[in-house]
Design a protein around this ligand. Structure first.
Ligand code: IDP
Ligand code: MG
Length: 150
């Protein structure tokens, strides 16, 4: 089953939107695998956002993600990466489709509430970066057969 990393970023935590975000993924049918509430270290932030090093917004991005605690989670399901990115919406909230989280709760790209892995390979790498193997919970829900076709 495909897995993806989701972070409710500091603005989402401060604004009391952890429950809203979890609720949307639960309703979508995705299955929670892991979760922890953490203050992001400078080194973790730099590894997580290494692809953006050198870009004009990089320093602000590192300052943003380390400014206050985040809620880190792993969600799984068929095409979990694409499904989560769809529910999250486009990077720029003003380009996000109505009904997506970034559309419904955000205005600015530098305060866009959520991180979600962008490709299945990224999902695997980011889950490994943020969580130890023993923190990932394998489980089944009674409702799984009504959400997952196989
Ligand atoms: P994503 O979060 O939708 O995958 P990325 O392009 O990977 O978007 O960028 C990572 C994060 O960097 C964004 O979510 C946003 O917080 C921040 N970011 C991206 N572009 C800008 C920008 O132009 N100004 C400020 N922050 C930006
Ligand atoms: Mg990205």
């Amino acid at each position: 089953m495909e897995r993806t990393l989701v972070l409710v970023k500091p603005d989402g935590v401060q604004r009391g939107l952890i429950g809203e975000v979890i609720s949307r993924f639960e309703r979508r049918g995705l299955r929670l695998v892991a979760g922890k509430f953490v203050r992001v270290s400078q080194s973790l932030a730099e590894i997580h956002y290494a692809e953006h090093n050198g870009k004009p917004f990089y320093d602000g991005l590192i300052a943003y993600i380390t400014s206050a605690p985040v809620m880190a989670m792993v969600w799984e399901g068929p095409n979990a990466v694409a499904a989560v990115r769809q529910t999250v919406g486009s990077t720029k909230p003003i380009e996000s489709a109505p009904g997506t989280i970034r559309h419904d709760f955000a205005l600015e790209v530098g305060r866009n509430l959520i991180h979600a892995s962008d490709k299945p390979e990224t999902g695997e790498r980011e889950v490994t970066l943020w969580f130890k193997v023993e923190e990932l919970v394998d489980w089944n829900r009674a409702v799984d057969a009504w959400v997952f076709e196989k």
